[in-house]
Ligand binder design. Sequence first.
Ligand code: AMP
Length: 218
Amino acid sequence: MINMILLGPPGAGKGTQAELLVDRYHLPHISTGDIFRAAVKEGSPLGQKAKAFLDAGKLVPDDIVVGIVKERLNQPDCQEGFILDGFPRTIPQAEMLDRYLAGADRQITAVINIDVDFEVLIRRLTGRRVCRNCQAVYHIVNKPSQKSGVCDHCGGEIYQRQDDAEETVRKRLEVYRDQTAPLIAYYRERGKLKTFNGEEPIQVVFDQICLALEEQNG
Ligand code: AMP
């Protein structure tokens, strides 16, 4: 059973690794950031509550986030394992998650911590571009689309997420340092943490993660 958390600062490659892990292990991928962005796009009540926090690079309040994640983890497809990406982001979220899982006789089996230097993250995030239609990810320097502004996969429009603007990126990294980084010690103390160098190529990081998961699962 793999009940996994992907931990790491914004831009560390959690989403990228999550996609590869989904292909290999066929587990549901729960990205709270994706859930909020979809809600904002729809203009649902959740989206209306979350929008100001996302635009400012601030965290959505814990009770809102935890409610959404619990509901998702209750669904049948999550009973055989899951990948949490971007959650938990605070110690109270982690404590609430642990209590919820314990109540259902479940637990987190691995916390994959992806470590990247902040200067590298600033370059990655401010250069990141995303397809509005299929969410494919590009980078103005490292991975430009063939035709400027147009998605190679679906022809959709490529744009910069509002929270990838430099000022917001700096704010998000500050929020990470103050509120999320303490989770590294939280999970290390519980013997769940495995740390990977997120500055290595994507495939190298992925292979190392798979090896660690397979060693653990015997
Ligand atoms: P991400 O795509 O994971 O970087 O998330 C984008 C934004 O969604 C964050 O900057 C927060 O505003 C919000 N968000 C995502 N996950 C959480 C969480 N676990 N707790 C609070 N806010 C979150």
